[in-house]
Ligand binder design. Structure first.
Ligand code: AKG
Length: 861
């Protein structure tokens, strides 16, 4: 826990008291305390709360297009302001990569070519590290480009040549005027945008559609030749039918009349549904190749002004037209959008222009397709949308897109009437462009815990307007590297009994207890005075062999209730600061970065050193529950292996159960999960064991595709089905024993309630830990070896138990009166059966499914 930070006061709630509990003096106070500003970033004063309307000009740097702008943005209209609390800075820390600036190489003693090549290499490294300063890079690029132009050099297709070409191509974009204002919301990372905007949750593609309607549009860097974008109107394609050809997205197949994208746009138009529109520009955070390719692409050159960020929210638009035209000779669905609020000047109005709302117009240019020169017309009526004159837009009509002055080649422009028409918006008010921050009061009013799916959403930072994901368990932290805003809700401590009974059985299709015929399940066996367990022996390939087991050690009310037991630990850990975080799972540090759907924090010896570099903490900094869990799991596995022997022994290996020296704490909000993975890193011992808290979860095991497990065929294209699914309940321990389990199987965990934790213990073979090769790149061998030794020494120290750890020792001897336990289990069984019954009554599942569920549930007890 951060000693500088007072623990966030949490209200202890009893089961009934929680519901509708009124706010007390201690209750909801969001922490809007700015984090300490770091040196080396632009000195912008974030302490002034935003006050004036959105479009007011803000001071800009000379070339904002290449910078991560940090100006505080003025707000659109009055917003419900969250109560402010002055206090010490939050414990939330930005990742080291956020603080890294790019060191410029000196041009002295190098040729321009060498200097520039080095610069490109730096870009490659720097882009991965989220660079902040591109001034030098721009300068050199410019010099090189001028040189290339002056000497009429042929620009080759090397990396250097590409960058130069990119620069030349992007000059058109760079010469655009700056916008008069700043977006009300923006993002560096696409996932942050998707997490924040319900109406735009598409991690890929330009159109987001749900429930048969288009809800959001990203006008990205790859724009079509006939796309249009001014301060009120956007025209683009509906999506689909395009592929990347060279640097451009080109329509290269006919879209069908009943194209799904077009249907969604049509449905939104017919229902007057407003859509959120975002404009993307090339991103400095993208991979080096994307960076260059984006430059080589069109840099959103149709935008009326330079766009300040990778993703810029433009606001709400209505759909006025959906039609088919010929693009690149292919039938292409297109859409015209118009800003909903035409009264307000848009922030992306080019600087120096006066915004005057255009008058609403009625269309008089429509014509009906009639027979012409013996060619049969379709009788449909369409607006005249091209300057060339009226064209039939019915793709199945013989006269489709035919005009005496147009042969399908050459440019075709939209008619000025079509571009300038303005339409009153008659749909439902889509609400503010910036979704309001959730507030602690809302938690009380809705009896929420703050761990519901809704709280996994991102927020728009009220200081700098950066869309920020809920990356940290305890709070939101602005993802703008130059902003220190954090926001925390006053969440209640949820008693274990409530979290357990909150458990939902889940989707019967994939969350059921299941044991394949090839898995050998033991009868229930006892462990210590209080536990029972089951052993599941997994099948392995006949030729390669292998041996491994999964043990499920079941807790019960007696164990859970005992002093220092799972109930107490569960409640304690809600107030402990574990530093749980969602870490990148794909494209770390890039604008297409995606983070895990669960939160984790590592203690003891560092695990997954390459991935979670620098994020692991020593046991001396671990919260008490982590150490309690470690002792409990260690005791459990020792007892288990006394009875069973561990599987490496079965293979007559001399290895014994190794002391666990690492704990991965994992937190699950509602709908959180850990996808299929193995724990098969070479630095790991053969036994992995986890302790569960709170809501129940299904843990599923499936053979890896490459593994020839007898009786297991690939289901579908790429994956085999689950061979074993166990339901982990509060206090249960799961043990995977044998390295072959990790070689041939992968596992996943899906939580079924609003709040769950797991603590997974492993043995890290410290003498095998290596640095990520990237870190040691370029170092002389001796230095690299010294660094690796240093790393292992640090790891060994991190794995040392802190002084006084003995107080957390566990011996499995809890004593609690019998009748209570019986009552507890009865209540739990009744609760689960009631849930199944409720699902039948609600028509969610059939009676047959319910019977199957009940049988499986009873078997899982
Ligand atoms: O959440 C759990 O129960 C286990 C998590 C897990 O699979 C892991 O840490 O590898």
């Amino acid at each position: 826990m951060d000693p500088n930070k007072p623990p966030v006061k949490k209200q202890k709630l009893n089961e009934l008291g929680f519901i509708g509990q009124p706010a007390t003096e201690e209750s909801p106070v969001p922490d809007t305390t700015p984090r300490k500003r770091r040196s080396g970033t632009a000195q912008v004063d974030y302490t002034e709360p935003p006050t004036s309307p959105t479009s007011a000009p803000v001071e800009k740097s000379t070339d904002s297009s290449f910078e991560v702008s940090s100006e505080p943005v003025k707000q659109a209209g009055p917003r419900k302001s969250a109560p402010q609390k002055k206090g010490p800075a939050s414990s939330a820390k930005k990742s080291a990569s956020k603080r890294k600036a790019v060191e410029a190489p000196s041009p002295q003693n190098t040729t321009l070519e060498q200097y520039f090549t080095k610069k490109v290499d730096d870009v490659v490294v720097a882009v991965d590290n989220k660079p902040m300063d591109y001034e030098d890079f721009k300068e050199v690029k410019q010099q090189k480009a001028i040189q290339a132009e002056d000497q009429d050099e042929e620009i080759d297709d090397t990396k250097l040549g590409k960058v130069v070409k990119a620069y030349l191509l992007s000059r058109e974009y760079l010469s655009k005027p700056a916008p008069v204002g700043q977006p009300e919301a923006w993002a560096h990372v696409r996932q942050a945008l998707c997490d924040t905007y319900k109406a735009f949750q598409a991690l890929q593609g330009g159109t987001y559609r749900t429930a048969g309607k288009a809800c959001g549009l990203l006008v990205n860097t790859m724009v079509g030749d006939r796309d249009y974008f001014d301060e009120d109107v956007i025209i683009t394609t509906c999506g689909g039918g395009r592929s990347k050809v060279g640097d451009k997205m080109i329509q290269n197949s006919d879209q069908k009349p009943d194209d799904n994208f077009a249907k969604c746009w049509m449905a939104s138009m017919e229902s007057n549904t407003a859509v959120i529109v975002i404009a993307g520009k090339l991103s400095l955070n993208s991979s080096p190749f994307n960076f260059i390719n984006n430059l080589l692409g069109q840099c959103n050159k149709i935008s009326p002004c330079k766009l300040p960020y990778a993703f810029n929210v433009l606001g709400w638009y209505q759909i006025t037209n959906v039609w088919t035209e010929l693009r690149n000779k292919f039938k292409t669905w297109c859409v015209r959008l118009e800003r909903v609020n035409l009264e307000q000047q848009p922030w992306y109005m080019p600087e120096g222009n006066d915004y005057k709302p255009k008058p609403y117009t009625t269309i008089s240019s429509s014509q009906t397709c009639t027979d012409v020169l013996g060619e049969k017309g379709c009788g449909q009526t369409y607006e005249a949308i091209f300057s060339i004159g009226w064209l039939c837009l019915n793709p199945s009509c013989k006269r489709f897109f035919k005009h005496p002055n147009y042969n399908g080649d050459g440019t075709l422009t939209y008619a000025s009437d079509f571009l300038e028409k303005r339409t009153p918006f008659t749909g439902e008010d889509p609400g503010p462009v910036v979704p309001p921050l959730p507030e602690s009061e809302d938690l009380i009013q809705s009896s929420s815990w703050g761990t519901e799916k809704a709280y996994l959403k991102g927020i728009v930072c009220p200081r700098c307007r950066c869309c920020s994901r809920r990356l940290e368990w305890a709070e939101w932290a602005c993802e703008n590297p130059r902003c220190d805003f954090t926001y925390r809700l006053n969440q209640p401590v949820i008693p274990a009994a409530l979290a357990i009974s909150d458990t939902t059985i889940g989707d019967p299709a994939n969350l059921r207890y299941h044991v394949d015929d090839q898995v050998i399940k033991s009868k229930p066996m006892t462990l210590g005075p209080n536990y029972i367990y089951y052993a599941y022996e997994l099948p392995f390939p006949i030729d390669g062999g292998g041996y491994g087991r999964v043990y499920h050690i079941k807790s019960n009310g007696n164990i859970n209730k005992a002093a220092d037991g799972p109930n107490q630990m569960f409640e304690e850990m809600q107030s402990e600061d574990f530093g749980l975080k969602r870490n990148p799972v794909r494209n770390a540090g890039k604008d297409i970065e995606v983070v895990t759907r669960h939160y984790s924090a590592n203690y003891g010896a560092p695990y997954k050193f390459g991935v979670l570099q620098g994020t692991s903490k020593p046991f001396s900094e671990a919260p008490p529950t982590t150490l309690k869990a470690l002792k409990r799991v260690q005791w459990m596995c020792e007892e288990l292996f006394k009875k069973e022997g561990n599987v490496e022994d079965h293979k007559s290996s001399p290895s014994q159960l190794k002391e666990f020296n690492e704990v991965l704490n994992v937190g699950y909000f509602e709908t959180c999960r850990m996808g299929y993975h193995d724990d098969g890193e070479s630095t790991l011992g053969p036994t992995v064991a986890s302790l569960s808290f709170g809501a129940s979860a299904t843990m599923s095991f499936r053979p890896k595709n490459k593994s020839k497990i007898p009786g297991c065929k690939s289901s579908g294209k790429s994956h085999k089905g689950d061979i074993l699914r166990i339901i982990l309940q509060h206090g249960d321990i799961m043990v995977m024993d044998g390295s072959d389990v990790q070689v041939h199987y992968e596992h996943k965990v899906e939580s079924h309630g609003r709040l769950r934790y797991a603590m997974t213990c492993r043995h890290i073979k410290i003498d095998t830990i290596e640095y990520d090769p990237k870190v040691l790149k370029g170092l002389p061998k001796k230095e690299a070896r010294a660094k690796a030794n240093e790393l292992r020494e640090t790891a060994a120290k991190a794995a040392l138990m802190p002084e006084g750890h003995e107080r957390f020792d566990y011996d499995g001897n809890e004593v609690v009166p019998e009748p209570e336990e019986a009552q507890d289990s009865k209540a739990y069984i009744k609760h689960c059966l009631d849930k199944i019954k409720a699902r039948v009554t609600a028509g969610d599942i059939s009676k047959e499914t319910a019977i199957a569920l009940v049988n499986e549930f009873m078997e899982s007890l």
